[in-house]
Design a protein around this ligand. Structure first.
Ligand code: ZN
Length: 217
């Protein structure tokens, strides 16, 4: 009886110590340890977020808050066809909605003011550098790190895939390539999930990106 009681006390003490250690780790900032920090700004990607035109895209940003609204062009030069729309919906529902981001489709998008629709998806090749199949740019920077509205434009004719939609959406929420992650990784490191480049057609977000998103938003 006494032994059992002593064991219970000992278990409590061990439990208490574990709680103290976790609290100390959190205080010291070491409780969260992703494979690599690939959320803008990183040690190697920190040049600021600016409003830009697609043909002069240079900066990197992250979206301005955890409420992520998106719209897919439904007419005109950059309209998404059904297969393209299915790829965007797939990455939003299977990759991004399960994170701490609150993802929703905005069928009445806003293009002005301080709470614009966060991501506008387009299909087309205008202004896309010949070396890539898609790009993301900020239309309305809200501060040096964040953007209120970003555009994702991906080439048509087989280039629009869930993997590439996941990759470009990753840039819009602030995820960067391996060569500017901290610690640096190769751009083809598979632990970067859909942020590898080039990316496979069905590659999903992956645990490192999810950790970085959930630690930020
Ligand atoms: Zn990229």
């Amino acid at each position: 009886m006494l032994t059992a009681f002593a064991d219970k006390i000992a278990a409590r003490i061990v439990g208490f110590c574990a709680v103290v250690l976790i609290a100390l780790a959190a205080t010291a900032g070491i409780a969260w340890a992703a494979y690599t920090d690939n959320m803008y700004p990183t040690q190697y990607a920190n040049a600021g977020c600016f409003s830009e035109e697609p043909n002069a895209r240079q900066s990197t940003c992250r979206t301005d808050n955890a409420t992520l609204t998106y719209y897919m062009d439904s007419g005109g030069e950059f309209e998404l066809e059904t297969p393209d729309r299915d790829d965007v919906r797939a990455t939003m529902s299977s990759d991004y909605n399960p994170t701490d981001l609150s993802v929703s489709y905005d069928s009445t998008p806003s293009f002005s003011g301080s709470a614009e629709t966060d991501i506008i998806y387009q299909e087309g090749s205008a202004d896309i550098p010949s070396s890539v199949d898609g790009m993301t740019w900020c239309n309305n920077a809200s501060d040096l790190d964040k953007c209120d509205q970003q555009y994702v434009r991906i080439r048509g004719a087989g280039s629009y895939t869930r993997g590439l939609a996941c990759h470009e959406t990753g840039h819009a929420v602030g995820l960067v390539h391996g060569n500017v992650s901290s610690p640096m990784k190769t751009n083809t490191d598979t632990r970067l999930g859909c942020m590898v480049t080039p990316v496979g057609s069905t590659t999903s977000l992956g645990s490192n990106n999810i950790e970085n998103i959930n630690n930020t938003y």
